[in-house]
Design a protein around this ligand. Structure first.
Ligand SMILES: Cc1ncc(C[n+]2csc(CCOP(=O)(O)OP(=O)(O)O)c2C)c(N)n1
Ligand SMILES: [Mg+2]
Length: 648
């Protein structure tokens, strides 16, 4: 049996019947389709979505791919990523865009999705396959080939990329796309490039293409050999440390992690994506690791002899650019579903699902514990850091509050299950160090791509995910003025969809983060604050921008506050309200958060006429000395005895 449909209609039908199953629970994979229409998709995928909406209206309850309108294609990919991350990658969105700029606007979103290992399906409009009308509006004309279009830009940022030039190609492309999207080790952006003529072309499709299809997300165990190598290294440890990454959370391994560390006494440090793996007040939780690390986590990493990475990709922020693991005999055991990550830092590679793998490790290590004084020291160090955090909430800076005070209030007044969302600027580092996470999904900072502009769009996706999952959570987006100016237009989408966000807009007139970085690197905060041009550069008064008025003009309710007491009142109002509310607060950009001992490798000019730069270069060179390559295979016996190591 066959059904005659266009390529676009067939895609929509197919997406509607894709399901995932994990741990026996089956759910639809696609939550809907974001789209902005132009000539590259309006009569193709656009027409197909319209037809299905019509179907849904005439047959209420029909399972149709719901369409959502966005303001910007990059933002709709961000919203999709926010959604899929909150749903632990078991549900995702498709995004349809027009040919040319509509599609290339999604490239940044694709990179963000792939780097964070979050699924999103991009249906990128492309130029005619038949080429008769060439060059079409917005077509790139490559003099060397007629087979190249701007959509080739998606190749390095997609985990699967295909161009569907003929209808017959579609079934295999769709199946390949689904396999990658639902594979936890391979997932990321998947791009199907769809020539505008092919989208509208009809074909007689085998009905089997539209059969309900379930993609099974298994829990791959660590194979026996790797498990015993991992156990052997861990048993040799006297100062072990777990580094929990995003994979711990996506796998739902939180309870398994807790059981593993409670049985072994090993403390847990967290990457940005892994924050929330353990609640902040668990006695073995030592918080953020690395360049934005807590004094507790970084001190434990410094002395660690065995580091157990769980679901982490060991970004430079996590390893403090490979300075944080300073013990010359440190060895790594990496539990990761992705072989690439499992093998990093010359580790014993334990390829497998985080939850299943932690259960196996708990089992094989039965009876073994880290020295009690090590566990006790971790608890003590974490308590010391928490005292530092508490005082940073209470500094009473005037006339403008410090950012740490703002974060303190937001953290205190939100409920454990509420989600804080952030991505770029000075807040991600401050949140990583200081946010007291009480729920496994309570902390959502996009720090794989750290993309300015993710915040509001991503937060919208998180809230949609929470609503779809029937969860009662407020989503609190923390956004700086720089990020806000880059991408705030999805406030309109939130208003349109009747979705409530709480957006805390922190006005500090420029890039506090890069300003501080620039200062520390001898670049004198050049180009990092928003100031009028004078005869000497961009160093005049602050600009007269009114972001509160801007947010109000987009349809949000806006509460403008002065100081911490008003902020607390406004947050209570926002919590009680059921509409998207922007709380606008001005802070002093020059008050730093409590310092992290971690370093971050940002190269400084080797030669310069500026004294600030040459001084910074000297510091840079001495920090470079601390960098480690971690080349020694973890399975080699350590060259020094435990006693010698302890004496160090
Ligand atoms: C799209 C993008 N461009 C540039 C950067 C580099 N960058 C990181 S933070 C930042 C400034 C952010 O400013 P703001 O949102 O006001 O936050 P603040 O630093 O003031 O806390 C810049 C330019 C980035 N991360 N993303
Ligand atoms: Mg700013």
């Amino acid at each position: 049996m066959t059904t005659r449909l266009t390529v676009a209609q067939a895609i929509v039908r197919f997406l509607e019947v894709q399901y995932v199953e994990r741990d026996g629970v089956e759910t639809p994979f696609f939550a809907g389709c974001w789209g902005i229409f132009g000539h590259g998709n309006v009569a193709g995928v656009g027409q197909a979505l319209l037809e299905r909406e019509h179907e849904g209206n005439t047959h209420p309850g029909a399972h149709v791919l719901r369409y959502h309108q966005a303001r910007n294609e990059q933002a709709m990919v961000h919203a999709s990523v926010g959604y899929a991350r909150h749903r632990d990658r078991l549900a995702a969105f498709a995004c349809t865009a027009s040919v040319g700029p509509g599609s290339t606007n999604m490239v940044t979103g694709a990179a963000l999705a792939t780097i964070n290992r979050i699924p999103v399906l991009l249906l990128a409009g492309d130029v005619f396959a038949t080429r008769v009308s060439n060059p079409v509006l917005q077509e790139l004309e490559d003099p060397t080939s007629l087979d190249v279009s701007v959509n080739d830009c998606f190749k390095p940022v997609s985990r699967f990329w295909d161009r569907v030039n003929r209808p017959e190609q579609l079934p295999l492309s769709l199946l390949a796309a689904m396999r990658v999207l639902t594979d936890p080790a391979e997932t990321g952006a998947v791009t199907l490039s769809l020539p505008q003529d092919v989208q509208a072309e009809a074909w007689d499709w085998e009905d089997d293409l539209f059969a309900r299809r379930v993609w099974h997300v298994g829990r791959q165990p660590i194979e026996d050999g790797a498990l015993s190598r991992a156990a052997q290294v861990i048993r040799s440890a006297r100062r072990p440390l777990v580094v929990a990454g995003g994979g711990t959370i996506y796998s739902g391994a939180n309870d398994a992690l807790r059981a593993f560390v409670e049985a072994t006494g090993i403390p847990v440090a967290e990457s940005q994506a892994g924050k929330g793996s353990l609640p902040y007040n668990h006695p073995q939780s030592v918080g953020a690791l690395g360049a934005t690390g807590t004094t507790a986590a970084d001190a434990l990493a410094e002395g660690a002899d065995v580091v157990i990475g769980v679901g982490t990709r060991y970004s430079d922020f996590t390893t403090a650019s490979k300075t944080v693991f300073a013990n010359p005999d440190v060895r790594f055991v990496n539990l990761n579903v992705m072989s690439l990550d499992a093998h990093k830092l010359s580790a014993v590679a334990a390829v497998g699902d985080a939850r299943r793998g932690l259960e196996q490790l708990t089992n094989v290590l039965t009876g073994w514990r880290a020295p009690a004084e090590h566990t006790a020291r971790a608890t003590e160090l974490a308590r010391e850091w928490d005292d530092i955090v508490q005082s940073s909430h209470e500094i009473g800076h005037a006339p403008l509050p410090a950012q740490s005070e703002v974060l303190g209030v937001v953290n205190r007044v939100t409920r454990p299950q509420d989600v804080v969302v952030c991505a770029a600027g000075s807040m991600p580092g401050d949140l990583h160090k200081m946010w007291r996470t009480r729920d496994r999904k309570g902390y959502h900072v996009e720090y794989g791509y750290s993309c300015m502009g993710y915040e509001i769009a991503g937060g919208l996706g998180v809230k949609m995910a929470a609503l779809d999952a029937g969860e009662n959570r407020d989503v609190v987006v923390m956004v700086g003025d720089g990020s806000y100016l880059m991408m705030s237009q999805e406030i309109v989408t939130a208003v349109q969809e009747g979705i409530k966000l709480i957006i805390v807009l922190v006005q500090n007139h420029g890039f506090a983060s890069i300003g501080a970085l620039s200062d520390s690197l001898g670049s004198q905060r050049f180009g990092t604050s928003y100031r009028y041009r004078t005869g000497t550069g961009l160093d005049g008064d602050v600009l007269p921008v009114d972001l509160a008025a801007n947010a109000a003009s987009l349809g949000a309710r806006v509460l403008q506050v002065n100081g911490i007491t008003e902020l607390e009142k406004a947050l209570a109002e926002a919590q009680a309200s059921d509409v998207t509310t922007v709380v606008h607060v001005e802070t002093d950009p020059l008050v730093p958060a409590p310092a992290s001992p971690g370093w971050w490798d940002v190269p400084v000019a080797e030669t310069s006429v500026l004294e600030s730069t040459t001084k910074a270069r000297t510091t840079y060179e001495s920090n470079k000395q601390r960098q480690r390559s971690h080349l020694r295979p973890a399975t080699l016996a350590t060259p020094t005895s435990t006693e010698e190591r302890d004496a160090r």
